[in-house]
Design a protein around this ligand. Structure first.
Ligand SMILES: N[C@@H](CCC(=O)N[C@@H](CS)C(=O)NCC(=O)O)C(=O)O
Length: 203
C-alpha cells in the first residue's frame, strides 16, 4: 500500500494527501515529527533532503510533493492531471506559477509573521515587505484567471487547484488579506467545503 510520510501542519504534505484522496488511492499516513524524524538516518534513506513529504509505494520511493502528486495522478490515470498535451501544459503552468510566485511570496510572509516569532528568530522586515509586495502583484493574476473559469486551469478541478490551495494553507495565520480578491476567495471557499479538504483537516 502507498505510504505517505508527512505532517498535516505542512501544505506540501497536505497537497499529496488531497491528491491521494481525490484520485481514490488507499494510503497509510505516517506522521513525522518536524524536530525528531527528518534528520534521522532511517528518514534520510527515504528523502536525503531531510524534508517532507515523501512516499513509499511498495518499495518505490519518491520525494518532492509536485512529483509525488503527478505520479499518483498518472498511476490512477486521473483527470486531475490531464493527459491531453495543451490541457496538461496549462495545468503545469498554473502549478509552477502557484509554487514559484504565489508560494515563494507567501513563504516570506509566513516565515516572518508565524515561524520567526514562534522559534525566537529575528523578523526580516525587508523580506516581509518584499513578500507582501510580490503578493500584490501575483494574487491579482490568479484572481483574474478565476474570474474567467470555474477552476484555475479551466472548468475542471485539477492539480493546479490543489497546488494553489496548499500554497494558501498558511495565508490566514500569516494574515495575508485575500478578501479583496473576490474570485479567488469564492474559489477557495468552495474548495474548503469539499470532502477531500475536510477529511485531511479533521484527521
Ligand atoms: N520542494 C519540497 C519542499 C519540502 C519542504 O520544504 N518541506 C517542509 C514542510 S512543508 C519541511 O520538511 N520542512 C522541515 C525542514 O526543512 O526541516 C516539496 O515540495 O516537497
Amino acid at each position: 500500500m502507498l505510504k505517505i510520510y508527512g505532517n498535516r501542519q505542512s501544505g506540501n504534505c497536505n497537497k499529496v494527501e488531497y491528491t491521494a484522496i481525490l484520485v481514490g488511492v488507499s494510503y497509510d499516513y505516517q506522521v513525522l515529527d518536524f524536530q525528531k524524524d527528518l534528520k534521522t538516518q532511517w528518514y534520510l534513506n527515504i528523502n536525503p533532503v531531510g524534508k517532507m513529504p515523501a512516499i513509499d509505494d511498495d518499495g518505490f520511493i519518491l520525494f518532492e510533493s509536485g512529483a509525488i502528486c503527478k505520479y499518483i495522478c498518472d498511476k490512477k490515470s486521473s483527470s486531475l492531471y490531464p493527459k491531453e498535451l495543451k490541457q496538461r501544459a496549462l495545468v503545469d503552468q498554473w502549478i509552477d506559477f502557484s509554487i514559484n510566485h504565489v508560494g515563494v511570496s507567501i513563504s516570506k510572509v509566513a516565515f516572518n509573521r508565524i515561524f520567526a516569532p514562534m522559534f525566537g528568530m529575528p523578523v526580516d522586515e525587508n523580506s516581509l515587505k518584499e513578500g507582501l509586495q510580490w503578493l500584490e502583484r501575483y494574487l491579482p493574476i490568479v484572481d483574474t484567471q478565476l474570474g474567467k473559469s470555474i477552476f484555475l486551469a479551466g472548468n475542471e478541478l485539477s492539480l493546479a487547484d490543489i497546488t494553489l490551495l496548499s500554497v494558501l494553507e498558511y495565508s490566514d495565520k500569516a494574515k495575508v488579506e485575500l478578501s479583496s480578491y473576490k474570485s479567488l476567495t469564492a474559489w477557495r471557499n468552495k474548495l474548503l467545503l469539499m470532502d477531500f479538504y475536510k477529511k485531511v483537516h479533521s484527521a
